[in-house]
Structure formats: C-alpha cells, structure tokens
Ligand binder design. Structure first.
Ligand SMILES: Nc1ncnc2c1ncn2[C@@H]1O[C@H](COP(=O)(O)OP(=O)(O)OP(=O)(O)O)[C@@H](O)[C@H]1O
Length: 641
C-alpha cells in the first residue's frame, strides 16, 4: 500500500485558509525537511517501525539500563504467562466437555484450573511490575532529553539565532519534539506489550488448532490501517498550522504579559491585538474543524470494515466447528484467545499509531540537534594566555538573507592599555563590529587576529574568557541582585578580581542595591513572591557592575550609559578609563564621553570612514565633527541664553 497524504504545495490553492488569507505568514525554510519526511509513503513508514523501536530502546537503555531491561523482560514473562493461561484453560474446558459424571469432570479439571489461576495471577503481577519500570523511565528520559537540547542551544554560535528557520525549529522542538522522546519509549514498551500479547495468544492458538491463526490476522488489519491513517493526517495538519500557531502564541504572550501591559494600554493597542488574534483564530478553528471531519470519516469507515471483519471471523469459526475441523473445547478457547488477542492488538495498534506520530515529532528533535550541533564552534584550538591586541583586517559581516554588509571591509587595531571608541549614526554597524571584536560573530570576510594569531585557530572558550561585553540590549535575568552581578564570572574560583560589592560600587549600583528589601539577595523578578523590579537606569547599573565584575582584558561597552543619570554616568566612566592591563572598546552616541579616547573609529553604512583622536577628527572635519557639533550646539545654545 503506498498511500501518500502530503501537504499541499505552495502553488496549489489553499482551502485551509478559506477566504481568509494570511499572506504575511510564510512557512520557514525548515518546513522543507518536515514536508520531505511527511511525503514518505505508508509502506515506508511500516518499514521504519523496527528502526523506531530500536531508536526508542537505545534511548531508554542510555537513560536507565535497569528500568529498560525490567520493562521489556517483565512484559516478555507476562506473555509466557498468557500462553500458559490459555493452554491451561483449554485443558479445563476439555475436561469439562468430556463424557462422564459432573463431579468427576470437575475433579479432573482441577489441576488445569489451578495452573490457569496461577498463570493469570503471575501475569497480573508481572504486568504491574513492568508498568512500574515503564513509569520510572519516563521522567528520567524527559530530563535527559531536555538537558541535551539546552546543552546544544546554549552552545550554538550566536549567528544561528539570526536565522529565522533556526528559531522556528527550536520553538517547534521545545513545543512538541522534546516531549515526544519519553512518549516514543512509552509507546514502544506498550507496542512490545501488545505484540507479546498477540504472539503469546498466537502460540496458544497454534498449539490448540493452527487453522484458527488467520482469523487473528483478519480481525486486526482494518483497525491498524485506520489508526495509521489518522495519525498521519494529524501530523500533516500540525505541519500546515505551525507558523500560524507560533503567531498566535506570540500574540497571546503579548496580551497576557506584565512587561507589555503598559505599552499596550498607552497605545490603546488592545483592539488591534484582539483583532489580529481573532483573524488567526478564525483560520485556525476552520482548519481544526476540517481535520475533525476528516478524522471522523476515516474512523467511521475503519469501524465499518472492522465490524465486517469480526463477522467474517465468527462465520469462519462456526463453519470449522460444524465441519468438525475444530473441537468444541478448542473453539471455545479460540473465542477467549480472540478476545485476548483483540485487546493485545488494540494496545499494539494504539501504540503503533502513537509511536509513528510521536516519532515524526521526535525526528524533528533529532534533526534539530544534528543541525544545531553543526553550528557549535569546535572547542579545540591553540590556547590563549592573555591579550596584547586585536587586529581586524578587511573584516566583513553580512547577516543571513541580507543584501548589504552590516560591517564592510573594516580594518583596525585595538591594543591593551587603550580606550577606543566606535561612533556613528544608527544602523552604521557599531554593535555588529563590537560583536565581531568580542568573538560573538565570525566574520563572513577578512581576518581577525588575536595577538597576531587568526582567531579561527584559537580555542574560542579561552578567547571568550578574556572578553566582557556590556550589551546594548541586555536581558533582565530573573535572579537576585547579587547573582545578576556574579553571573558575569560565575566560575571565578580563586581568581583575583573585584568583589561583587566593589563592582557594584564602581557602577554606582551599590547604594541602590543596599536599599532593596533584601539587599543583594533581593530577587529581581516581580513574577515571584517578594520579587522586585528596577528602573531602566538601575538595571543598566547592574549590567555595568556585571561587566566590571568579569574583570576581563578586553572590555566592550555598547551604550553603557544610555539609561544612566549624569551622576551614575560620571561614576561609570571614571572606571572605564585607561588601564595598562586591559583595553576598552566603547560605543556611545554621547560624544562628550569619547573625547579622551585614544582612537575614535567613525562608522557609516558599515564602513570605517574616519579614525583618529578627538582633536585630529575635529581638525579634519567630516562626519565626526558634524555629529559632535550638532550635539554640542544643544548645550552651547542653552549656555548662551
Ligand atoms: N541580527 C541581525 N540580523 C540582520 N540584520 C541586522 C541584525 N542586527 C543588525 N542588523 C542590521 O545591521 C545594520 C547595522 O546594525 P548595528 O546594530 O550594528 O548598528 P549600530 O550602529 O549599532 O546602530 P545603533 O546606533 O542604532 O545601535 C543595520 O542595518 C541593522 O538593521
């Protein structure tokens, strides 16, 4: 059978969206991988089953050998008990249906009855014990899989996050793929339980009367086909809806979030957001209703065919009985066996259905990890012992899917002991250049040399250890004030450097922290009990304190004082002054702060257009002088009045 239920190609008209079109929601390029897999035929999926089972067992085995062995071994033992129980039951029936006085027949049946009772009890105990081992496996696998994901997402290069496909794939994996790892193990164990049950029954039936074996198969086929078709359709529907669902989550997050609450009210965005949500929801609901209808139709057809098959089984059994091919005791046991086989088959089919569906999601998780791992910079390279200078040689960076370079063939040198400044108008490439210097991005052209060696040859972790970056778009980490500073170098150990309090004082943050209800132990997250929030400028002081606490040889400060008041800004710049053991790269629009820099690099549309100290640049004229005079004129005009 080679039924293929594939998603529509983009060129085909979409009945999914009906008259409501959502043209802004284009699927990410990662859909290519997913749809490729979804186009796999039903037969190919069946062929994949042993592979999936092997994968699930390997995953379980790697997590806990003891529980995996127990879950599978105990189920196999339970299967043996099923066979024994059925054979003993035939023995009981044979004695009961034999000729002779009833007390004699009952007496003769007693040993088989005892055996049947023992087998049933043993099977029950073994099943309970297997269930326990299976339940123990689930949380262990969940944590293992989550850990693997976060080990990868925290190690991939920063550039991966500029790739919309990567971000979408990560969301999808976090949403479902990750959770399905434990499910595929769960379903695999259930599948083994079901298959063992069916086989155990089949063995018993084969011993009693082999002619009855095809009846078991006949009863199973319609149910299995229906289940697999439904699972497949469900998955494809999910694929078609994923981009829309992401958009809905995003809107939902905006509408129920304390960080966005003020802005939404200030701009009276409520009706706009609700309108957008309703628009998505209408299309989404329509797609779900369509799916429900298709699933119901498939189920109805499956049940009808299943009913006909069951009738056929009973008819065959009746015929065999009348023809004298099977004895009455064997026929009666066969009915019991059919019942037992149906229930085991139900378990196996349900498990296959779920295993197949969940394996599709789990495959996404595996694929994502594989692709993400390719984006982890190799951890080896020449050791880095210190820092004397960094040299950029015709360095270019082009963000993915952009036509122009954000940094275009820039050459410059920063030496230890210097303070250098990057200035320029919005979007001129300063932050991008700073991230290149910090090693957060690898250049798409040119070379960066650290103490004369190409950084590509150095151990990235060791170069990163020499750098501190106070980013422009910092995150409000939901930790205590002290932790927020300490994470700047959480693994400092016995290395010298400022204490948390010294760093906080240097960034004019100490008094503000001391005034918090629990001082340095105050949790900075209002969403938790006793949590506090800070103002924008207070947060920025904390960010500066973190950067200073890191005590790195190369300190990069991207707009470190944008939100600071004059006093805090003055205090911070006292600490960003020239020091022989480090270099400071400063990005700021407040040009008064760069007057004393050793070198000022002026950026314009990604290119380095001017360089020199303040006096040289003022004398030379050009963009720097223009920007400086524009800013200074505000103060001078005020002073002249
Ligand atoms: N992650 C990104 N992906 C794609 N383009 C980006 C990304 N970050 C920045 N850009 C683009 O690169 C260019 C340079 O941006 P960059 O942030 O380096 O400028 P900047 O000089 O620091 O600006 P500002 O003064 O506003 O902070 C801009 O055109 C911006 O749109």
């Amino acid at each position: 059978m080679a039924t293929v239920i594939g998603p529509r190609r983009t060129s085909e008209p979409s009945d999914d969206d009906g008259e409501l079109d959502l043209p802004e929601l284009e699927d990410g390029h990662w859909m290519h991988h997913a749809t490729e897999f979804a186009h796999t035929s039903f037969a190919a999926v069946a062929r994949r089953l042993p592979h999936l089972v092997r994968e699930a067992v390997t995953l379980a085995w790697a997590t806990s050998r003891r529980d995996t062995a127990a879950a599978i071994g105990l189920n196999l033992a339970a299967g043996v008990m099923t066979t024994l129980g059925l054979l003993a039951t035939t023995g009981v029936l044979r004695q009961l249906f034999a000729a002779g006085p009833t007390p004699d027949r009952v007496r003769a049946a007693l040993p088989s009855l005892l055996l049947a009772a023992l087998a049933v009890t043993a099977k029950g105990s073994l099943t309970v014990a297997a269930g326990w081992a299976q339940a123990r496996l689930i949380p262990q696998i969940n944590y293992e899989v989550e850990l693997r994901l976060f080990e990868t997402t925290t190690a991939v290069e920063l550039a991966a996050f500029d790739d919309a496909g990567f971000a979408e794939e990560m969301d999808r994996v976090r949403d479902r793929g990750m959770a399905e790892a434990a499910s595929i193990v769960d379903h695999t164990v259930n599948l083994i339980t079901g298959v063992v049950g069916v086989l155990a029954t089949a063995v018993a039936v084969a011993v009693i009367q082999p002619v009855l074996l095809p009846c078991l198969l006949l009863a199973a086929v319609p149910e299995a086909v229906t289940a697999v078709r439904m699972a497949r359709r469900q998955y494809l529907a999910m694929l078609a809806r994923i981009t829309r669902r992401r958009r809905m989550w995003m809107l939902a997050h905006l509408m129920a979030n304390r960080h966005t609450a003020a802005e939404i009210r200030a701009y009276q965005m409520r009706h706009f957001l609700l309108g957008e949500f309703r628009r998505m929801m209408t299309v989404e609901t329509r797609a779900l209703l369509r799916l429900a209808r298709a699933q119901t139709t498939t189920r109805a057809i499956g049940m009808s065919v299943g009913g006909v098959a069951a009738f056929a089984v009973y008819a065959v059994l009746g015929g065999l009985l009348l023809g004298g091919v099977v004895a009455l005791a064997a026929a009666a046991t066969a009915l019991l066996a059919l019942q037992s086989a149906r229930s085991s088959l139900g378990i196996a089919v349900f498990a296959t259905n779920n295993l197949y569906e969940d394996a599709l999601y789990y495959q996404d998780y595996r694929d994502f990890l594989d692709r993400a791992r390719e984006r982890i910079t190799a951890g080896e390279g020449r050791p880095v012992t210190g820092f004397d200078g960094i040299e950029l040689d015709r360095v270019t960076l082009r963000y993915p899917d952009t036509d122009t370079a954000a940094v275009d063939e820039v050459s410059l040198t920063v030496r230890r002991g210097q303070v250098v400044a990057l200035v320029g108008e919005n979007g001129s490439g300063k932050t991008t250049l700073a991230k290149l210097i910090a090693g957060l991005y690898r250049p798409t052209g040119g070379t960066i040399r650290w103490d004369g060696v190409d950084v590509a040859e150095l151990d990235p972790a060791q170069t990163a250890a020499q750098v501190a970056v106070m980013t422009q778009d910092w995150w409000k980490f939901p930790f205590t004030a002290g932790q927020n500073i300490r994470v700047g170098r959480h693994d400092r150990g016995g290395r010298p450097g400022p204490s948390v309090e010294e760093a906080a004082r240097a960034a004019a943050a100490h008094d503000m922290i001391a005034d918090l209800p629990f001082g340095y132990d105050t949790l900075l997250d209002r969403e938790f009990k006793n949590g506090q929030d800070l103002s924008g400028g207070q947060w920025q002081r904390l960010v500066a304190a973190r950067g200073l606490y890191r005590d790195a040889r190369l300190l990069i400060c991207d707009e470190p004082s944008a939100a600071l008041d004059a006093r805090a800004e003055y205090a911070l710049f006292q600490h960003l002054r020239r020091r022989p053991d480090r270099a400071v790269v400063l990005i700021t629009h407040r040009l008064a702060n760069v007057r004393h820099a050793d070198q000022i690099f002026v950026m314009d549309h990604g290119r380095l257009v001017q360089r020199g100290n303040h006096d040289e640049l003022m004398a030379a004229g050009g963009l720097y002088r223009e920007l400086f005079e524009l800013q200074a004129s505000g103060y001078l005009a005020g002073a002249a009045e």
